[in-house]
Design a protein around this ligand. Structure first.
Ligand code: GLC
Length: 542
């Protein structure tokens, strides 16, 4: 048997068991990278009307919510993560009524909507930063950012040795000789969260979008808003490589938690089911769990799972540590394999047929684990990274500033293929802001629909089963128990359910754990024993 769906089909999403205890605890949330999802007006850039037109794809896929990447007014120096006006939609993406209609249309389909908020930095074109630049050194508007005199003769050297995540120094010299801090591109000056107006402004921005009806926020660089007192030197280079593994004076400072507590109080004023999800890079699972304490945010991306190589023993360790760390604070784990900042996991796992087989298996593993899962647009199509983009079309500031933390991020941001035989594959009326490969016709939504062997149908079947079987996903259904298994194979059970992952390069034979209900590759079973294909994951009903 292969992808056959044998569990009962559900009439509607309302049968979910965890609705009353917090929808986010086991939600599957789909990341829409707005620029690359669907284009309604033919400028080659995805937009809000494009997203609205494609909502039926997401409803049919079976996700619970959508996270939209920034669509606010921005010079687009970093794909919109450089915001110049937090309350206005950039004309590139539409206008406020498009945002309003999108939220309503999503809700009508039973999909919640999370939007991005970018509080660590503004655009250099934000009115606050323009005001700051217009002032002499020491001026009061500069106090909303981190301006400092330089070191060395004439203040020619940066105030400390911090490096930008995108490469190069984290400081740029401004008119009048002072330097300003930017942990990302120079067009993204870091805000000073000790200034009371900064906190007031962001509380107001959150209310603006909550009043419009959004269901929560993905908090960009949620680990970055507070810097160590005195901005101490680090004393070593290649700092971007230390993010997420070692303590750094510009990330994961204890003070950020006060901000998240205040945001939680604000979210709770809106009735209890609006959520915050932290994009937080912390050195350990325990440090990451601090962001999801009961009075802080609801979720934090589990990047240790994302960065784990294809190695079942390591994956098991990451799963155990993640579950233990979040359980210790009463939260659930938020699994993720890809996003707009990292190489797509088909390619990370080796590319080609092997990478795709592993990516399909990893998806089933992720969707079987207790907690919430994030799906990055295109992973349901098995899209690979596009590695061979010519330099002249690349737009990632990390590319322009040397290789930073995330390497070259354009290759995971290629506009989606929806239908048709050639670019733009139904993405929009004409053109795409990054070129699509000529051989993506077979990967489009239309091409994969109805093909039982396609990755799209695998995701659809998995998400449907996940709604039907509480032992899948729901953290409240009971414990995950590891069962004895050969080296390179994972086998765990949950109430009524078992999952096997064969991470070896060869077929493995096992006593049958149950009745197979879904598999990333065909399994052979005679009812008593089972042959698991290499690089595969299978779900079993018990
Ligand atoms: C986050 C975003 C990334 C952006 C950076 C700066 O890491 O995911 O795309 O470049 O923040 O805002």
């Amino acid at each position: 048997m292969t992808h056959e769906l044998t569990a009962p089909r559900l009439a509607s999403a309302s049968s979910k068991t965890t609705e009353s205890v917090g929808w986010w605890r086991d939600a599957v949330i789909y990341q829409v990278y707005v620029r690359s999802f669907a284009d309604s007006d033919g400028d080659g850039v995805g937009d809000l009307r494009g997203v609205r037109s494609r909502l039926p794809h997401l409803a049919r896929l079976g996700v619970d919510a959508v996270w939209l990447t920034p669509f606010y007014v921005s010079p687009q120096a970093d794909g919109g993560y450089d915001v110049a006006d937090y309350r206005t939609v950039d004309p590139l993406f539409g206008d406020l009524s498009d945002a309003d209609e999108l939220v309503r249309a999503a809700h009508a389909l039973g999909l919640r909507v999370i939007v991005d908020v970018v509080p660590n930095h503004t655009s250099d074109r934000h009115p606050w930063f323009r005001e700051a630049l217009a002032e002499p050194p020491g001026g009061p508007a500069r106090a909303r950012y981190h301006f400092r005199p330089g070191r060395g003769p004439g203040g020619m050297l940066p105030p400390n040795d911090w490096e930008s995540v995108f490469g190069g120094p984290a400081w740029t010299r401004a008119a009048g000789g002072e330097w300003y801090l930017h942990l990302f591109a120079p067009q993204q000056p870091d805000l000073n969260w000790e200034h009371p107006e900064v906190a007031e402004e962001f509380a107001s921005v959150l209310r603006f979008w909550l009043d419009l009806g959004v269901d929560g926020f993905r908090v960009d660089v949620a680990h970055g808003m507070v810097k160590a007192p005195g901005l101490p030197d680090i004393g070593r280079g290649a700092q971007a490589t230390l993010i997420g593994t070692e303590p750094l004076p510009f990330f994961d400072q204890d003070g950020v938690h006060d901000i998240h507590r205040s945001w939680r109080r604000l979210l709770d004023e809106y009735g209890g089911d609006r959520i915050g999800v932290a994009e937080a890079w912390a050195p350990t699972s325990e440090r990451l769990a601090l962001y999801v304490r009961p009075d802080e945010l609801h979720q934090a991306f589990n990047f240790r799972f994302l960065t784990c190589p294809w190695d079942p023993a390591l994956m098991r360790t990451v799963i155990d540590e993640s579950l233990a760390a979040t359980a210790a604070v009463g939260a659930t784990t938020t699994w993720v394999l890809s996003n707009h900042d990292v190489v797509r996991h088909v390619t990370r796992y080796g590319g080609g047929a092997q990478g795709l087989a592993r990516a399909r298996a990893a998806a089933l593993l992720m969707l079987a684990l207790p907690g919430s899962a994030y799906v990055y647009q295109g992973e349901e199509l098995g899209l690979p990274e596009v590695a061979d983009l010519p330099a002249e079309v690349r737009q990632d500031p990390a590319f322009l500033r040397t290789a930073g933390q995330d390497g070259l991020r354009d290759g995971c941001r290629i506009p989606l293929p929806w239908s048709g035989q050639e670019p733009p594959y139904g993405f929009g009326p004409a053109g795409t802001w990054l070129p699509q490969p000529r051989d993506w016709a077979g990967l489009s939504v239309a091409a994969q629909t109805g093909d039982p062997h396609s990755t799209l149908e695998l995701y659809r079947a998995a998400l449907e089963l996940r709604r039907a079987l509480p032992g899948l996903g729901s953290p409240d259904a009971g414990p995950l128990v590891w069962q004895p298994s050969p080296e390179g194979v994972l086998l765990f059970t949950r109430p009524g359910f078992a999952c096997t992952l064969n991470g070896r390069g060869t077929v493995v034979e096992l006593p049958s754990p149950g009745r197979p209900v879904l598999s990333s590759a065909p399994v052979e079973t005679d009812g008593r024993s089972v042959r698991l294909p290499q690089d595969s994951c299978t779900w079993w009903a018990l």
